[in-house]
Design a protein around this ligand. Sequence first.
Ligand SMILES: Nc1ncnc2c1ncn2[C@@H]1O[C@H](COP(=O)(O)OP(=O)(O)OP(=O)(O)O)[C@@H](O)[C@H]1O
Ligand SMILES: [Mg+2]
Length: 295
Amino acid sequence: MARIIAIANQKGGVGKTTTAVNLGASLAASEQKTLIIDSDPQGNATSALGFPKDPARRTLYQALILGESLERILIDAQVDGLDLIPSDKNLVGAAVELVSMENREYQLKALIQGVREKYDYILIDCPPSLDLLTLNALAASDSVLVPIQCEYLALEGVSELLDTLMRLRRTINPALSIEGILLTMYDDRTTLSKQVAADLRSFFGAQVFESVIPRNVRLAEAPSHGMPVIFYDIHSKGAESYIQLAKEVISNAQKRVGQGSERADQGTGAAASAAAAGGGVGGSGSGGSTGAGSD
Ligand SMILES: Nc1ncnc2c1ncn2[C@@H]1O[C@H](COP(=O)(O)OP(=O)(O)OP(=O)(O)O)[C@@H](O)[C@H]1O
Ligand SMILES: [Mg+2]
């Protein structure tokens, strides 16, 4: 039965979609049957996988609002073992129309039950906000993967997001854990990237993935060719890093099976204390420091 991972950060442009598409393709290449759900009205994951805008294509909107099954909407992402639930701008309407629906946070969760058995992983690419689409994704997920861009003020909003996750654990999804914090667009030539990475590791410890995604032009180019980076340039640093991340996700899942669900609970506990101490993770008011861990 699939592990469902929401890829979320309300901050825009931090690498959510790049991670959904490339982690998804790398998991599929590791023989893990994977479904990517594009839950962002921008439809970037949909186009990055080679599906340009097409008003005739059915999307997550039809499922969320008109009650169609995901089975009827999913498409083969032209990669072995990878399927896609596409999105387009109509999904903006879904975010609004959901407001008046009963069980409005649980619509996606209910839909996913119908396809969960078919996959090893289901990745949900969230929009850059904490709207009802993101809440639906978080309510439906086992865990959340948070990409953070290694730049000045990168930590701004992380404590807000973790606060929200903790609130969600008390309300709509007590089982939600932290899959991991992922450092993206890392540039090892800059002191700043190194400092942000070190701060995050000292603050969040083992919750930060060991795999780090470098800033890599191939990752930025691949979407315009409509393919994941492992098919665009398998030898690039970007491809290597997402293959590494897929291995880490799979190995964490294997460890979790060994330990029962303990690890997940511990993980969220650490995030909870981080969120509680979140005042220091704003990056604001701390001069040139990134904030975290800089007492
Ligand atoms: N590691 C990387 N190296 C170079 N460019 C990258 C990298 N990761 C992402 N990008 C580029 O940065 C931009 C933002 O990335 P992406 O779309 O994945 O972020 P996002 O969090 O999904 O954005 P949004 O919040 O708008 O949905 C894109 O143009 C993408 O190609
Ligand atoms: Mg995106």
